[in-house]
Design a binder for this molecule. Structure first.
Ligand SMILES: Cc1cc2nc3c(=O)[nH]c(=O)nc-3n(C[C@H](O)[C@H](O)[C@H](O)COP(=O)(O)OP(=O)(O)OC[C@H]3O[C@@H](n4cnc5c(N)ncnc54)[C@H](O)[C@@H]3O)c2cc1C
Length: 387
């Protein structure tokens, strides 16, 4: 008899896992994705800034980005529209550093180069010559990857995984998992809000910002919290040519979005509460986004908010990195906590979880560093580049 794998959550991570697992499953295996909202209205994968970068301080994250890019490039031929099936646009992330940030950014660039990421570095004068529309007098450093960075359509990426999974026979079940039932050292069933009981042999928690609740029902406490992030789409009357994906010294993120710009910033820690309602926090545009951006880019003095939305980071409060692997019951695997970089890494994470379930070990990218076991062992891997 084949194995029945149950995946809780059919967003980018759950659907990527289903698609990769299904493509390598043995005859008789079954995969069910239980998703409570097939419209994905509050799923992070639908509400994301959907950008991909190669520049990370954790080697596993760099490798996941490399595969994420390769995967999305491979989808270019699938749809006869610019950007392919996932709307991919290539554009480098330009990280800006003041005097006190230059050292760590340089160190990160060296680490990234060692992993075959081509990085171009700039002095303040070089930045000023290259980006004449930007104020650079307070800058000491800039770094951009020369390939493999850009943005895409997160909803389309998630739908691509989902349709691939379904084409391989994965069943999507509309239901809300209220708890998991255990017997001895194993999870045996998912209990849904309508009272139904879905039995399985192994369970993957891909519940994103809600994954801690799912884990709690099997006695596993995950440090993953729903932290609201607001995206603003803004217009600027002055066209600015050759605009990169910009990460300002302040941590503010801004990139082109069709004829407008998309910008966001994480709130200060004191305001970053769990489970805030998904209403955009417009105060963040008034301060710090607008004044900071207008200071950096004089043409942005005339920015105007066209629209805004909010989504949740599935935020790992301990070290801001994904938690991937078995924890608690023997047949319980989690893939969550990506803290703002889960979508670009979804292909690599989905493939890795499929490998773990199929072979008992990683076959391609080694994600052992992301084991949830590190929460107990204390071998944390703090990702510096989280915005
Ligand atoms: C504003 C914002 C900007 C971001 N920018 C980027 C970016 O530029 N690049 C990037 O890579 N990432 C970015 N991210 C992060 C990225 O969107 C997430 O890491 C990624 O989408 C997580 O995917 P997921 O499948 O884990 O979660 P989700 O997409 O949220 O999917 C989880 C699913 O699980 C379902 N679910 C949860 N609990 C249950 C349950 N009990 N029963 C049934 N179903 C359940 C939910 O309905 C949901 O559909 C951003 C996120 C936000 C909010």
């Amino acid at each position: 008899m084949g194995q029945h794998t149950i995946i809780i959550g059919g967003g980018g991570i759950g659907s990527a896992t289903a698609a990769f697992l299904a493509s390598s499953s043995a005859a008789g295996d079954r995969i069910t994705v239980i998703e409570r909202d097939p419209t994905y209205q509050t799923a992070s994968s639908s509400l994301s800034a959907s950008s991909i970068r190669q520049q990370f301080s954790t080697p596993a994250n760099v490798q996941l980005s490399q595969f994420g890019w390769e995967f999305m490039r491979s989808c270019l031929d699938e749809a006869r529209v610019p950007g392919g099936a996932v709307g991919l646009n290539e554009r480098g992330y330009l990280f800006l550093g003041g005097e006190h940030q230059a050292g760590s950014l340089r160190q990160r660039a060296d680490g990234n180069r060692a992993l075959d990421v081509a990085i171009q570095e700039f002095t303040s004068q070089e930045l000023s010559a290259r980006y004449p529309w930007m104020r650079c007098d307070d800058l000491a450093y800039g770094a951009v990857a020369t390939a493999g960075e850009g943005w895409f359509d997160g909803y389309m990426l998630q739908q691509l995984y989902r349709s691939r999974a379904r084409a391989h026979g994965v069943q999507y079940l509309h239901g809300n998992v209220i708890r998991l039932e255990t017997h001895g050292s194993k999870v045996v069933a998912a209990i849904l809000a309508d009272g139904s009981r879905i039995e399985g042999d192994r369970f993957v928690n891909a519940g994103g910002a809600w994954s801690a609740k799912v884990a709690h029902s099997v006695g596993v406490e995950l440090p993953v919290r729903a932290r609201r992030r607001t995206i603003f789409i803004v217009s600027c009357p002055t066209p600015i040519a050759d605009f990169p994906i910009l990460i300002d010294t302040s941590g503010i993120f801004v990139r082109p979005e069709q004829h407008h710009f998309l910008c966001t910033v994480s709130p200060e820690a004191k305001d970053d509460h769990d489970d805030l309602p998904l209403d955009p926090d417009f105060s963040l545009f008034d301060d710090p986004i607008w004044p900071t951006l207008a200071e950096r880019i004089p043409a942005f003095e005339a920015l105007r908010v066209e629209r805004a939305w909010a989504g949740y980071y599935e935020y790992n409060t301990v070290d801001h990195n994904g938690l991937v692997g078995q924890i608690g019951p023997d047949n319980f695997v989690v893939a969550t906590g990506f803290s703002g970089h889960g979508l670009m890494h979804s292909a690599g994470v989905g493939r890795a979880v499929a490998e773990l379930l199929t072979h008992g070990a990683y076959q391609t990218i080694d994600l052992s560093a992301l084991t949830p076991g590190r929460l107990e062992s204390g071998q944390l891997i703090v990702e510096d580049a989280v915005y």
